[in-house]
Write a protein that binds this ligand. Structure first.
Ligand code: GTP
Ligand code: SPV
Ligand code: MN
Length: 593
């Protein structure tokens, strides 16, 4: 029952617009969800997998034209264009509402409207917020039931408050020409039409928890970031928390769940996962920065996930998981993706549902010849994760000691460095760049500036966003987390990754935590503090100290070019670029001379 007046009125308005045959309120009960799974299996929307090997697991295939976020069709609709800023597509709200209403009008005819009340963050947490998504897709309902906290208890918590985010999703004909993912941050509203893929339609995720929430955080004095959150436990049992922002498909899920190398495990080091994609952070009563993970599950990249690279993620997918666009192994009705193991199934359907011939796999034509789509995903409940932090469900959040930025840079950026202070750290984040991946439609492997990994997700003017970061630093003062930058992706002349990555990234995390506690050495360079090769522990690792030195180097010529590119990048922001960041760039240039 919907008693909330603003919600009841909006539902009426949406019903009149999309004209559904039926309306179903999602209560969150297991019986209701099970009915929906059955229905989705009957219509072919989902395939029930081998229930002995993968209990509660299903496979779903999206249309081949609908496999990733579409940044060129994603809009921030604010009254003034300047509020959206130079990095977002903008449209006048009135015009966009009209366009979207025309697309969505009557599009639920013959379909059911599902109303999903959901909470981003543990229900009732002072950092959590509520949203309501209406959708005509069972797949969306079942994914939201994993990714967020849903149902009647959310409505009970909302009471008669008007502080909730409206979300309309209409699949329509999944027509890419009429696909729009639109945000109206001034009205707390999201409308998504003509898509049925993850980040475009699970409106609690990127649309609310980043684009709308970043705007709310700007207005209300907190932060919504594209960051994992992990706890690093040392042998004394002390846990320090780290938040890290990497662009899509650059290793957040992997880092959040990493398993330390054997020698560190033996000493008693552990990693606890709080979140793998999004962090909401507020200043706590003691003046430190506290983070919660607003999500309740992992929407992770499947390819490359295996028992060695990410054991905990793989474990998380063994029950009650929805797989999207992976391959179906017909021999035992299980799933497969590139990098799961070295035995590609002989009798399988690829992500399009066509017979797949593993002998024809061509690394240069991944989308065409691979079994699983490069951006295929698993939607797994967080509580499946063997290393889930005890703090995960606690609303107060965890105090953050270090913030890490990072991305894919084949050359240029060293394995790790520490910024000189908060302002310099904001400079590092604001100038971050990474080679593009399959997580968004478009060319793969092109270097692009992606400030704080938020380029596709910042719901307002990025110049104001940088200013907000600087303001937060001022409020935090000496309680501010230390800011670092990492790059796991330096390559040699043959294009092979030099750093082993994955679990071995723990060696870098240890240096980072030691720096926060004033226990580790570093040398000052033009870009910040870099560890001496001896400061990174290489125990049991087949890597020479010279190789490590190579990826810790700051090449003056490359960085001089980088500084020029940063200057170009900064021009976009015009007079919205905070003066302090311009000074930072001048300092860098002077230091490189
Ligand atoms: P989104 O869910 O899109 O935000 O991605 P993410 O940042 O969580 O990335 P994820 O952890 O899923 O990793 C993406 C890809 O990067 C996978 O193919 C991983 O195998 C690979 N990867 C992750 N960590 C490392 C690493 O330390 N080194 C190398 N070489 N590859 C890595
Ligand atoms: C990302 O692309 O950063 C993701 C996947 O986490 S999506 O939900 O599609 O945005
Ligand atoms: Mn992400």
């Amino acid at each position: 029952m919907i008693k909330n007046k603003t919600l009841a009125a909006w539902i009426e308005e949406m019903k009149n617009l999309v004209n559904p045959d039926n309306v179903v309120l999602i209560t969150g009960s297991e019986e209701q969800l099970e009915e929906l799974r059955k229905e989705a299996v009957e219509t072919g929307e989902m395939i029930k997998l081998n229930q002995e090997k993968l209990p509660g697991c299903y496979l779903h295939r999206t249309k081949p034209n609908d496999v990733a976020r579409v940044e060129d069709r994603t809009f921030i609709c604010t009254k003034d264009k300047e509020t959206a800023g130079p990095t977002n597509n903008w449209c006048d709200p009135k015009e966009m509402y009209e366009k979207l209403y025309n697309i969505a009008r009557d599009s639920y005819k013959g379909r059911t409207m599902y109303i999903i009340p959901y909470s981003m963050g543990p229900i009732g947490s002072p950092i959590a917020k509520i949203g309501v998504e209406v959708t005509d897709s069972i797949y969306v309902v079942l994914n939201m039931a994993i990714m967020t906290r849903i149902g009647q208890k959310v409505l009970d918590t909302l009471g008669d408050s008007n502080d909730w985010v409206r979300g309309l999703h209409a699949k329509c004909n999944v027509d890419p020409e009429n696909r729009y993912i639109c945000h109206f941050p001034e009205d707390n509203t999201i409308i998504s039409v003509n898509s049925a893929y993850g980040g475009n339609v699970l409106l609690g995720k990127k649309c609310f928890a980043l684009r709308i929430a970043s705007f709310q955080g700007w207005k209300e004095g907190w932060m919504a970031e594209h960051m994992l959150i992990l706890g690093l436990e040392n042998p004394k049992g002390e846990v320090k928390y780290i938040a890290a922002a990497f662009p899509s498909a650059c290793g957040k899920t992997n880092l959040a769940m990493l398993i330390p190398p054997e020698y560190l495990k033996k000493k008693g080091y552990k990693i606890w996962t709080v979140g793998d994609d999004i962090a909401w952070m507020k200043i706590g009563p003691d003046g430190r920065l506290y983070a919660i993970n607003p999500e309740n599950g992992f929407f992770g990249v499947a390819p490359g996930t295996n028992a060695h690279s990410n054991f905990n993620a793989l474990e998380s997918t063994k029950k009650n998981t929805i797989f999207t666009n992976v391959a179906l192994n017909l021999d035992d009705n299980t799933v497969w993706w590139e990098g799961l193991d070295k035995n590609p199934p002989k009798n399988a359907l690829n992500w399009r549902g066509e017979p797949w011939d593993y002998t024809k796999y061509d690394k240069t034509k991944k989308v065409e010849t691979s079994a699983a789509h490069p951006n295929s995903r698993f939607t797994a409940p967080a509580k499946n994760c063997p290393c889930l932090s005890d703090e995960f469900d606690k609303g107060a959040g965890v105090p953050i000691s270090a913030i890490i930025f990072g991305g894919r840079r084949a050359k240029c950026t060293p394995l790790v460095y520490q910024s000189k202070d908060w302002v310099n750290g904001v400079f590092v984040g604001s100038t971050m760049a990474s080679e593009t991946t399959a997580a968004a439609a478009g060319a793969v492997g092109v270097v692009r500036r992606d400030p704080m990994a938020m380029l596709p997700f910042c719901g307002y003017n990025m110049g104001d966003y940088f200013k907000h970061w600087l303001d937060m630093g001022e409020k935090l003062g000496d309680k501010a987390p230390k800011i670092f930058n990492v790059n796991w992706f330096r390559t040699d002349d043959e294009g092979n990754f030099i750093w082993p990555g994955f679990g071995d990234n723990m060696r870098v995390l240890n240096w980072i935590i030691d720096r926060c506690e004033g226990k580790a050495n570093a040398r000052e360079t033009a870009i910040g503090y870099i560890p001496n090769a001896e400061d990174i522990d290489l125990t049991d690792l087949d890597m020479s100290i010279d190789t490590l030195k190579g990826i810790l180097e700051v090449d003056k010529d490359i960085w001089t070019k980088e500084a020029d590119e940063i200057e170009e990048h900064y021009k976009k922001f015009g007079n919205k670029l905070p003066e302090q960041l311009r000074e930072q760039l001048n300092n860098l240039k002077a230091a490189l001379k």
